[in-house]
Design a protein around this ligand. Structure first.
Ligand code: DQA
Length: 147
């Protein structure tokens, strides 16, 4: 089983970016922990980060070729991107949306996710743990499909 993990804009700055909101771990450290957890689950993960909306759309489309599911933190595009929502919807791969912060407990504009309705679930507010929980949910979902 192979999962594409996508991180959106400004998440490359994790570690130094508003640590009181997003924590002190770098993106590399978060992805390293996720990779270790994926190994325990026996799944392969490929990581892609971009600050550019169209590149994220291209990555979602490419996932059709060799991935079973997508774990995505669309970051600010969560609240604005019809293009990313449509790409998730088009590829028909199960997708789980994750956020480090609790987007329901922040500014009003962050409470709206354009992407969550086309995902199988959303995990928000557990810091780096959101990625672990999201991957677990996605893999469980994929496994139950195979039963
Ligand atoms: C975020 C929440 C978004 O609102 C924000 O734009 C981000 C990060 C999170 O992981 O908490 O860049 O997706």
């Amino acid at each position: 089983m192979k999962i594409l993990v996508i991180n959106g804009p400004n998440l490359n700055l994790l570690g130094t970016r508003e640590p009181e909101v997003y924590g002190t771990l770098t993106l590399d450290a978060v992805m390293c922990e996720l990779k270790k957890y994926a190994e325990k689950l026996g799944v392969e993960i490929e990581h892609f980060q971009s600050n550019i909306e169209g590149e994220i759309v291209n990555a979602i489309q490419r996932a059709r070729v060799d991935c079973d599911g997508i774990l995505i933190n669309p970051a600010a595009y969560t609240h604005t991107s019809v293009a990313i929502r449509d790409a998730i919807s088009a590829v028909k791969l199960p997708c789980v949306e994750v956020h480090l912060s609790n987007i329901q407990d922040r500014e009003e504009f962050r409470k709206i996710s354009l992407t969550a309705p086309v995902c199988v679930g959303q995990i928000s507010g557990f810091g780096a743990g959101s990625y672990i929980l999201g991957l677990k949910g996605l893999v469980d979902r994929l496994n139950s499909r195979k039963l």
